[in-house]
Structure formats: C-alpha cells, structure tokens
Design a protein. Sequence first.
Length: 561
Amino acid sequence: MPDVIQLVKSNCKDCHKCIRVCPVKAIRFTGHQAHIIGSQCIYCGQCFMTCPHEAKEIIDGREVVKVLMQQSEGPVIASLDPSFIAFFGTGIEGMREPLKKIGFSDVEEAAIGATLVKKAYENLMREGTQDVIISTQCQTIVTLIEKYYPDLISYMAPVVSPMVAHAMDIKRRMPDARVVYIGPCVSKKFEQYGTPVDAMLTFEEMEQVFQQNNVEIVPQEEPPVVKSRERGFCLPGGIIDSMDIPEDSGYSTLTFDGIYLCKSALEDVRKGDLHKCFLEMSSCRSSCVGGPIMKKYHDKPVRNYQLVENYMGSEDFEVPNPRIGEYNRIFTSKAPRLKMPMESEIREILKSLGRNTPEQELNCGTCGYDTCREKAIAIYRGIADPNMCLPFILDTTRSFQNSILDNTPNGVVILNEDFEIQVINRCAMDMMNIHHESDVLGENVIRILDPTPFFAAYSSGKSVQTDRKYFSDYNKYLEQTIVVDKTNRTLLCFLRDVTDEEESRITKEQQGRATVETADKVIDKQMRIVQEIASLLGETAAETKIALTKLKESIDTDEDE
C-alpha cells in the first residue's frame, strides 16, 4: 500500500512546522528533510494543510480513475461526499452533466450511504449492549484508535463508513459498476484499499480534471428535497441530528470535532469517565466541511456551513433498512512498536540538551513536542534531532557568540538600522571606559562614537575600512572599521586600539626630527670649522710661498757670484 501523503524533497525547507501540527508526531527528520512515518500516521492531513512550502502532497488518483474509465466494462459511478456543495457551489444536478462529460456514467450522493450508516447506529442504540459507542464514519479517528488507543476498539461502532456503505449499495444495485468516491478527505485515500470503493479523488483533483477537460460547472436550480437530511453528515453534530434515537435508549449524545478534542474525549473513555453515550467524532474542526482539502483550497467555514445546511432536508433518504450485520466492520489493533528508553537514558539525552534538572525543562513546544521528555524519547527513537530544540540552538549560539566576542582582541559594536547599540563586547567597553553594557545598550551610537561615518556608510551601503582617529573622550587612538549588512539591517563596527602604535610612531617622528636638527647643527659647526681651517691654511701657504721664493732667489744670487 503506497504512502497516502508523500514528501516533495525539493520543497522541504526543514522548518519543522509539520511536526508542530502533527497530533501523533509521525514525522521523522533526517538529512534536513521531513519524512512521514507511515506506520504511525493517522492521515489527518494537518501537515499537508499547513506546510508553507508545498512539500507534502497527497497521492494522485487521477490516472487510476482514467484507466478505470477506459477498462471498465460496467458503469463508473461518482459518489459525492455530502460536503461537495460547499466546494463546487452547486447541487447534485449541477454536478451531473460535468461529470458525465469527463466519462462518468452517473453520479450519486454519498449521503445515501450515510443514511444506511446512521440506521446501523440506531440499531446499536436500540440493542443497548454497547456501553460507549464511538462513531466510525471518520477514518482518521478509526486509525487513531487502532494505533494509539487499541484498548478502546471495543467501544467503536462496528459499522463501515458512509463512503463504503454507499459503494456497497451501488454494487448491490449495479453489480458490474465501478465506484469513485470524491471528497475533501485525505484518510479516505487510505480507507479505500480493500473496500468496494475502486478509486478516490479529492475535490481538488476533481477540479483539476474539469479544468484539463475544459468542463465548466454551471449551478442549476433544484427543487427542495425533503428526504435528504443526511446531507448534514459533513457538519459537526450532523450524524446525531439525523438520528432517531429512542427516548428509552438511555444513551446521551456528545459531539467532538477536531483531533485534540477527540483525543481528550478518548482519554476520558479510557479513564472510565464516560458511560452509556454515543460519541460523534470527527478529526477535523467543523467536521468534513473543514476537511484538509476544504481548509487548504476553500477555507470559508461560515459560507461552507450555510451551503450544506440550506441544502439538507428534514427526512431520511429512501433506503432499505440494513439487515443485521450487513454493514459491519471489524477493527484490529495496529499499534506501532515503539522503543521506550530507560529513565537514565532520557536524563542523558536531556543533559545533552542543556536540561540538567527538571526545572530547566522548558516544555516550550517549539520543537513540535509537548514536553522536553517527549522530545528526548523521540531522539532516542531516532526520529528527532537535538537541533530541533530552539532554546538549545539559541543557548549554543549565544555561548559561541559570547565566546568569540569575549576572546577577540578587538572591540565589537553592533547597531540596528536606527543606529542603536544592540551588542557591545567587553573589549570595546574597556576601550571606552564603560562599566556595564546595560549603560549603553539601546542607546544611539552618538552616546559613545561619532555617528557621522555610520550615517554615511549606511546611506551609501559601502563599508568604511580602517579609519584611524584620535578619540579625545577616551584619550586613545582607535582604528575603526564599519561593515554594512543591508540584508539584516545592521552595522558592525570593529575597533582596534592603536594608541601604543600611534604613540610609538609619534615618538619616533619626534626623535627623527630631533636627530635631523642635531645633525644640521653638527654639520653647520663642522662647516664653520672647515672654513676656519681653510682660512688659516690659506694664510700659512702664502707666507710659506713668499719665504721659499726669497730663499730660492738668495741661492741663485750666491751661485752667480
């Protein structure tokens, strides 16, 4: 049997919304994909309705119906769920011609089957042997009890659903007929297997077939039909309203619509708090007019309710009284075998999530599980991931973020688009003599820094790299880098204290200038000395030259003589 609801892997964004709405947590996450666990699923369609990425799809029955029409030797009859008028906006006569155009031999209302079912319910109440009677027209409730409340199977009315009863009635009248049920429900896709129903289409699939064949539905005037009160089977309390309950039956009647309300009622039955009553249960809020297909594509609950209510009569459809056991159904336990961890194993998993004591178990439900213990059990079973715990992720992220911010040698200041301080690390606080971060968080950046470069950077969308300035308020030289993150509408400011570098540079510059000045003075002095020496050398040379000349002349005179 194929899975009724399937995953579209390319669409799944790992948002975990499906697990949050799943009433039985029948979803397993692996490889960042949400996989439906067939053995635990109750086919309520909640994940299909609420997935924002269209990652869940219902198995398509259109091709099956097409083949059925081509191969069937007998008539192919459409069985319309009582809520059809709310989806298509017309009565049975308005549907007949369009359905025949696409290949159906004829169409009937499944409310006929509902009449047979409610008569079987009445017989049970007349017999009075069953203490609590739970209606079984909703396959999701049937599956819920078989899988999660198997101890309550004996309280279920042993009667088939209106869909199956109608198919049985059609084939009683037309043995070679093929029956295609058309309705708003996901679980009917599952229920049809092994029954006289040959195929099932949702209202949405049926609408697509009409569109593909260019068939338009034109509402037609219909005279009121008095014998049609089972058309209200798709409304909350519609089953009970259609029943003729003997006054001396001793049974009280209660209506529950919505899976969580039904689960609560089943818990009361399990505890023994309810006796001698008939419980009408529907897994969908507003019953079938609020079914998955209606909710997803025609979510107009008041209008839908009114259309059905105005269409129903005050008496039963004319059907033969069912023979004893003619529409009986047998239910069996389908409880999934689930591993249960020991208490010590649960505690270890909780500790890995940072939940060391019961007081730390937030039970916030953001992971999709009602309690941290349920989440730990799901992790043990391999169907949940620790990363699905939002507080755990936030704590880990904050711890990692704080570790980085606290250990970086640079100052970090993060501003929002209104230039208000959102984050400031210890290093930046030390640079600006801030004692407590609460003193500046939420304040405008002008409180601690010149806002001009921030305004310019955000308006231009361009980051400012390594702008080195002297900040007189802090008596420091800071190297300031501003990064603009338009996507997250934030500005990140990185500050590096370069006071020592700047003071060292200034000292070196001053020392350099002093050295140059000293060198200039030495050079000037040396030049003066050189000049003086040169002057002295010049006078001495002249005198020597004169003396030598005179000596030479004297020698020459002596030789002549």
